[in-house]
Design a binder for this molecule. Structure first.
Ligand code: 6PG
Length: 239
């Protein structure tokens, strides 16, 4: 039996997954008149989505002047991986994002300091220091699924998964390669949105999907939006 989360769409391939996510993002932005906050995921899967958004099919459908781009996590430290999630977005979006609207997680300081700085930046964006159940932090959160069932940089068995107050945490030891320090938004922050889209492609994700379907308590399974949590799977991942 193939393993599929409750609210999922199975699409033919990774490009179709990216396209479905792009269409959802356009709809979210079109439904608002003011500033729109999007929380981006990292890794490699979102690369296709970011290129689509900046490409001819979607570029002109997005209100770039009203969009603010945040990050669900980042690799930090002084190695080549540091800042790779920010680079993924910068390389794809280029100058489409007006100054001050890409909000990268700092990578020029220890993870704990970077987490504190990013939490302060999120509080300024939100205009309060406690999450109001009636008001979301983001309009849309994009997440990926790691082969071990992690999401953002919340790894199975690590204490950061249990964080229930802070919005951002330092993750000194990643649970999967690259084993570099990370900074991650917490489940309360990632869930403070009407819509979470998981983008999951490739056969390597069949195992975590099966573990989730079997009811295993994995960080990715705990990431729930206040409204819809939709899993966009390609056929290779869905099986
Ligand atoms: C990261 C991501 C991470 C990612 C998963 C899946 O920094 O690595 O934020 O949570 O979404 O590891 O990555 P892929 O989609 O590249 O497999």
């Amino acid at each position: 039996m193939s393993a599929r989360p409750a609210d999922h769409e199975v699409l033919p391939d990774a490009d179709a997954v990216a396209r479905a996510a792009a269409e959802r993002l356009v709809a979210v932005a079109a439904a608002k008149s003011g500033e729109v906050g999007v929380c981006l995921s990292g890794g490699s899967t979102p690369k296709l989505l970011y290129r689509l958004l900046a490409g001819p099919d979607f570029r002109d459908s997005l209100p770039w002047a009203r969009l603010h781009w945040f990050f669900g996590d980042e690799r930090v430290g002084d190695g080549p991986e540091a800042g790779s999630n920010r680079r993924l977005a910068e390389e794809a979006f280029g100058d489409l994002v007006p100054p001050g609207r890409l909000h990268p997680i700092p990578t020029d300081r220890p993870a704990r300091d970077a987490a504190a700085a990013y939490a302060a930046e999120l509080r300024i964006w939100y205009g309060a220091d406690r999450l109001d159940p009636a008001r979301p932090l983001f309009d849309l959160v994009l997440l990926g699924l790691g082969e071990d069932g992690h999401t953002a940089s919340l790894f199975p068995g690590k204490s950061e998964v249990e964080e229930s107050e802070a919005w951002v945490v330092a993750v000194p030891e990643a649970g999967l390669s690259p084993f570099v320090p990370r900074v991650s938004l917490t489940l309360p922050a990632l869930g403070a949105t009407p819509l979470i889209l998981f983008l999951v492609t490739g056969e390597g994700k069949r195992a975590p999907l099966a573990r989730l379907a079997a009811g295993e308590d994995l960080p990715s399974g705990r990431a729930k939006a206040r409204g819809e949590t939709v899993w966009l799977l390609d056929r290779r991942a869905a099986g």
